[in-house]
Design a binder for this molecule. Structure first.
Ligand SMILES: *[C@@H]1O[C@H](CO)[C@@H](O)[C@H](O)[C@H]1NC(C)=O
Ligand SMILES: *[C@@H]1O[C@H](CO)[C@@H](O)[C@H](O)[C@H]1NC(C)=O
Ligand SMILES: *[C@@H]1O[C@H](CO)[C@@H](O)[C@H](O)[C@H]1NC(C)=O
Length: 523
């Protein structure tokens, strides 16, 4: 089953103006097997096309039925998609991928002198391998028929990390953003890295140390992170809101600008997720998240001049803010909600719900029903932000933003925040909004053999397919979409505490550190 718009209309989910939640209409949600099955079917359609036309290359180009190897050529869609197939209980796909894992040569790339992003390689491959290992040794152990193949997940993760760790051989220990595997393992020699790429390694590398018993991985990642937790050089804009670029030679900050979007996003995300992983060992990370979260509420939350009911997150340069944001920052709602759950602080949950609702508003306002990559507005208090281009002034009056980058590449962040909003409120309206988003994606992005990136969300048909299906479609978008309708399980986020898993920034769930290890030597 697909996600026909007609069914959404029939269910009365699209209101005349704004479809997002109005107060006082709470209806208790429950698992929805029909919708969960539709998401699973979309995953199977995507996988079958990838397997037929692209496996074991990285991404399928679903219109031309060709492929690319932009993620080192190790089969990123297969490794990124494995744990989603596990959660969906598709044993055929799981075992197809498991049999492939031992065949990957993580010590080299087919193409000589191809730079590998340490960040992308970490969150997709290392994250995917470790998550599958935790799930298949934990709540989904019945899916794996061959323990040798399960063990190879961890062995391969370690092989990969043993190559990647050359990134940390800088004078400061701040990782280099790029490494090479062929013809020799080496790092690029970059003079700086950004805080997202420095600060989104610590969860994966700490988990790898805990699983292998080798403390070196955690030590390397935590050393790099230490420069972000105790910032020196160019000052913080506000307490906890740090700059973007850090010197690899001495670990000092080179600027005081940032946002909750690219280059910075998952640094903030991981501060509170490390606390979920082990609240004793990573209490300081939580303190830094609280500082940044409070400064964000105080200084970055911004209401558009034409829609004061909306809250978006401005970017900052020192204490000067700019009202622009984008799809990547849409994860912020979910991250605030998670922080609110873990710290039992309603103010973070309330702010997170406002963000989730407002960023979903960028979906409901476009002709395609999908939010754009980038957008801007005028801040209702400071007047910062200039004015919209004349072609969009009417749109800005009603929507509260104008589009600065119109494309959509199957990104997951809005679905992710709808998922957290549903888990914390239990209100079925969030499930309905996720279904509405999925229906729009089905209508505009279903192309060729699978699902494709599109050029222009402001056109009803999406402005044409740009012929790429990124691996995060498998790993993240379809996973959060599935979980919002799926049965309760140990993997689901628990609103009242007792969480057993923590999702990395690519939506790969890891078992949290068991209490017997808490406060151990690794941190
Ligand atoms: C992996 O590639 C390296 C470098 O080309 C090679 O030396 C090694 O034998 C390969 N390993 C396997 C298992 O094929
Ligand atoms: C498990 O997989 C390994 C590696 O592919 C293979 O050598 C072995 O025969 C398999 N074992 C069983 C019982 O199928
Ligand atoms: C750190 O290194 C950067 C270059 O990466 C340089 O501009 C800066 O002056 C250095 N700071 C200190 C305190 O050495």
């Amino acid at each position: 089953m697909r996600f026909p718009s007609s069914s959404v209309l029939a269910l009365g989910l699209i209101g005349p103006a704004l479809a997002y939640p109005k107060p006082g209409a709470t209806k208790r949600g429950s698992p929805n097997p029909t919708r969960a099955a539709a998401v699973k079917a979309a995953f199977q359609t995507s996988w079958n096309a990838y397997h037929h036309f692209a496996f074991p290359h990285d991404d399928l180009h679903p219109v031309s039925n060709s492929f690319d190897d932009e993620r080192n050529g190790w089969g990123s869609s297969a490794i990124d998609g494995l744990d989603t197939a596990i959660l969906m209980g598709d044993a055929d796909i799981v075992n197809t991928i498991l049999q492939y894992v031992p065949q990957i040569n993580f010590t080299t790339t087919a193409v000589a002198n191809q730079g590998s992003s340490v960040f992308e390689t970490n969150i997709r491959y290392l994250g995917g391998l470790l998550s599958a290992y935790d799930l298949l040794r934990g709540p989904f152990s019945s899916l794996a028929t061959n323990q040798t193949l399960v063990n190879s997940l961890l062995r391969q993760a370690q092989t990969l990390a043993n190559g990647l760790k050359v990134a940390f051989t800088t004078p400061s220990g701040v990782p280099d953003p790029t490494v090479f595997f062929n013809p020799t393992v080496r790092r690029s020699g970059a003079s700086s890295n950004n805080v997202a790429e420095i600060g989104s390694l610590v969860l994966e590398w700490t988990r790898l140390s805990d699983l292998t018993g080798n403390p070196q991985y955690a030590q390397l990642a935590q050393k790099g992170e230490s420069y972000l937790l105790n910032p020196k050089g160019s000052p913080e804009a506000w307490p906890g809101l740090i700059g973007t670029f850090v010197s690899t030679s001495n670990g000092t900050f080179q600027d005081s600008s940032g946002s909750w979007s690219g280059l910075m996003d998952s640094f903030y995300e991981y501060l509170i997720k490390m606390y979920l992983y082990d609240p004793v060992a990573f209490a300081h990370y939580k303190d830094r998240w609280v500082l940044g979260a409070d400064s964000t509420i105080g200084h970055l939350g911004s209401h558009p001049s034409t829609r004061k009911d909306l809250t978006f997150l401005s970017s900052y340069n020192g204490q000067s803010t700019s009202p622009n944001s984008g799809h990547l920052a849409s994860f912020g709602g979910g991250n605030f909600i998670l922080g609110g759950i873990l710290l039992n602080e309603q103010k973070y949950i309330d702010f997170g719900i406002k963000l989730a609702s407002s960023y979903f508003g960028t979906y409901t306002q476009t002709a395609s029903g999908i939010g754009p990559e980038g957008f801007a507005w005028v801040d209702s208090v400071t007047g910062a932000g200039g004015s919209p281009p004349s072609s969009q002034s009417g749109f800005y009056s009603s929507a509260g933003f104008w589009v600065t980058a119109p494309y959509y590449i199957l990104r997951p962040e809005t679905l992710e925040s709808l998922y957290y909003a549903y888990r914390v409120t239990g209100d079925s309206k969030w499930q309905d909004l996720a279904w509405e988003a999925l229906s729009a994606i089905e209508d505009a992005c279903r192309a060729g053999s699978a699902y494709s990136s599109i050029n222009d969300v402001t056109q009803a048909n999406g402005g044409g397919a740009s012929d790429d299906m990124e691996s995060f479609w498998f790993a993240e978008a379809l996973k959060y979409a599935y979980l919002i309708f799926a049965e309760e399980s140990d993997v689901q986020v628990q609103a009242t505490g007792g969480n057993k898993f923590v999702f990395n920034t690519e939506a790969h769930p890891f078992s949290i550190r068991s209490s017997s290890r808490r406060g151990g030597h690794l941190a």
